[in-house]
Ligand binder design. Sequence first.
Ligand SMILES: NC(=O)c1ccc[n+]([C@@H]2O[C@H](COP(=O)([O-])OP(=O)(O)OC[C@H]3O[C@@H](n4cnc5c(N)ncnc54)[C@H](OP(=O)(O)O)[C@@H]3O)[C@@H](O)[C@H]2O)c1
Length: 286
Amino acid sequence: MKTIVITGASSGIGLETACTLTKKGFNVLGVARSEANCSRAEEKILSENPDANITFFLADLMQQREVHRVAEEINKYLNERCDGELYALINNAGCVRSWYMTTEEGYEQQFALNHLASFLLTYKLMPALIKAHGRVIMTGSESHKGIKVHWDNVKLFRRYNPLTAYKQSKLCNILFAKGLNDRYAAAGIRAYVVDPGLVNTDIGNKETGSLVNLIWSIRKRYGVSPEIPARTFAFLCEQEIPPEGLYYCLCKEKNYSRQVTSENADRLFELSERLCDIHYGRVQMI
Ligand SMILES: NC(=O)c1ccc[n+]([C@@H]2O[C@H](COP(=O)([O-])OP(=O)(O)OC[C@H]3O[C@@H](n4cnc5c(N)ncnc54)[C@H](OP(=O)(O)O)[C@@H]3O)[C@@H](O)[C@H]2O)c1
């Protein structure tokens, strides 16, 4: 049975993707921060499919020490039960913020969770992904368009604008996927980004101020059900031959920002490696 890790699997898009993938026979390992939400999510998945293979791991992925810890737990599980193989990693956990908030390491929270946590977790799970010739899928957003990475102020400490920070973190998702393909295609790894569209979830109602809360409560009513993007994740996981594209919406390739170049991906890799104190390296074609 193929194993898939999904971060942020306790609600919204991640939860619905976990439901869909367990119904299709995948063994799903969900990662999220709240024990109560993980229990509720597990109940929902099992109520829809009593035979579902679902296991939850708890971690506050905003904090790097927590990413290291949960990655050790997942690797132990994979080594003991899955021959050390991970078929896919879906980096989906994400947040929005209304004002400047930092993690234990002092990083802006949207940048830390939406990008750095994915960057570090993927690095930690890479040996298992390589063993399975696996896939790495990020949950991106149309909002990555019309912005550049603020290389001289990536933490956006100066002139903080929460929307700019969110958009930049979503541009980082695609640059990271591009950089992974540049480095690991020779090892059989493929990376993708799913653009879910506007989805009716509570993302803008969690740890946000009253204005963002109100705006999101109105806006999300126009969003689709999380079942819609879940189909695109399933499409990317189910294809025997990995699809060639990078950015997908509604199971089809979609155009992305011209900022997504190998040069910018390399620059983001160097910066993120420094911020996470790791070094990815590059797999050479033989
Ligand atoms: N909704 C949209 O319209 C939309 C559009 C474009 C892109 N996206 C992207 O879709 C992804 C999922 O968002 P969603 O809309 O499904 O929102 P959501 O329902 O709030 O789901 C976010 C998930 O991430 C988890 N999470 C939040 N902070 C965490 C942390 N510090 N550590 C570990 N897990 C954490 C949440 O856990 P809890 O259950 O405990 O909150 C939840 O499982 C995000 O990357 C978002 O940027 C969403």
